[in-house]
Design a protein around this ligand. Structure first.
Ligand SMILES: NC(=O)c1ccc[n+]([C@@H]2O[C@H](COP(=O)([O-])OP(=O)(O)OC[C@H]3O[C@@H](n4cnc5c(N)ncnc54)[C@H](OP(=O)(O)O)[C@@H]3O)[C@@H](O)[C@H]2O)c1
Length: 282
């Protein structure tokens, strides 16, 4: 029951109505008997600054930030965590007294999920895509000690841009190519961060076929709808290990929850809620 003591967290985005986060967080608050509620707020770009000021005035405890505000929100914060600063995007804000601090839990969630399948240290990783998710993953993977990184994108110039940005901020030089030049014989981990194969385009042909892969490869598609993309089917067909995007989604949310409350929620509660929501959507 919402009372005068209930604490408020939520998500801002445009659009925001498709967000999977409210049910996951609210299920965990209920399970843990914590007096919080998580609410979606539709915020347009022109109202972003006012929304952050309003959140401070309303003593909102925390916000997730989604498309298209992850970068634009940074100037309105008092402090940004070093990894989020490197990535240049914030998906979690913690309001504490009068201070708003930004974090990025996307990269953290993705790498935690991957490390359950394989250690990433010293590995050679190939990321397909050079958008927001690719940025978060690339920086976090480098912070976690990968050995080599190739960024392959449909628009190669964007891959080059991301590689140059990484090079200017860290002592690390990724290789940048187009998707046509992908060569996987010496790659340990292949990650798809493009939207190719995502619902409602799940029948799209995958960017890489099984013949181009090898059985020791770990193939991570960060898409979670469908749970098994055509890329993952190709990987399975040659015996490679696979990982879909659900764990990344769960872990980024659980880390936001921890940042706001100091409590790590049980993964099963988040997962049950996510699967129920995805089940309703598919
Ligand atoms: N599991 C999770 O928690 C999680 C979190 C975030 C995102 N995601 C998923 O990650 C995907 C990308 O998200 P994002 O925020 O990074 O999006 P984004 O910034 O818009 O980037 C999209 C990327 O996909 C590429 N792309 C789009 N259509 C393509 C096509 N037909 N062929 C080849 N490449 C194509 C784009 O290439 P160009 O540069 O050439 O346009 C770009 O690199 C989405 O499917 C999203 O659902 C999952």
């Amino acid at each position: 029951m919402i009372t005068g003591k209930t604490l408020l967290v939520g998500i801002i985005g445009d659009p925001v109505e498709h967000s999977l986060s409210p049910p996951m967080h609210n299920a965990a608050f209920k399970h843990l008997e914590m007096d919080y509620v998580y609410v979606p707020f539709h915020v347009s770009g022109e109202n972003l600054e006012k929304a952050i000021q309003g959140a401070r005035s309303l003593e909102i405890r925390g916000l997730n930030v989604t498309i298209p505000h992850k970068t634009a929100v940074i100037p309105y914060l008092d402090e940004v965590d070093p990894a989020a600063q490197l990535i240049g995007a914030v998906n979690t804000i913690k309001f504490n007294e009068d201070k708003a601090k930004g974090f990025n839990t996307d990269g953290l969630g993705a790498v935690k999920a991957l490390e359950e399948i394989t250690p990433v240290k010293d590995k050679k990783v190939l990321i397909m895509g050079a958008g927001g998710a690719a940025r978060a993953l690339a920086f976090q993977l480098i912070l976690n000690g990968i050995g080599d990184l190739v960024i392959a994108n449909r628009t190669p110039e964007k891959a080059v841009q991301l590689a140059l940005d990484i090079q200017s901020k860290l002592e690390f030089s990724p290789e940048a190519t187009g998707l046509g030049e992908v060569e996987l014989s010496s790659t340990d981990i292949l990650i798809n961060t493009t939207s190719v194969g995502m619902y409602p385009h799940q029948d799209q042909p995958p960017l890489i076929r099984g013949q181009q892969m090898h059985p020791e490869l770990v193939v991570n598609d960060i898409i979670y709808n469908p749970l098994k993309t055509n890329l993952l089917k190709e990987a399975e067909s040659i015996g490679a290990r696979t990982l879909n995007g659900t764990k990344m989604l769960l872990y980024q949310g659980m880390e936001s929850f921890r940042i706001w409350t100091g409590v790590t929620p049980p993964v099963e509660v988040f997962e049950r809620s996510l699967m129920r929501t995805l089940g309703n959507k598919i």
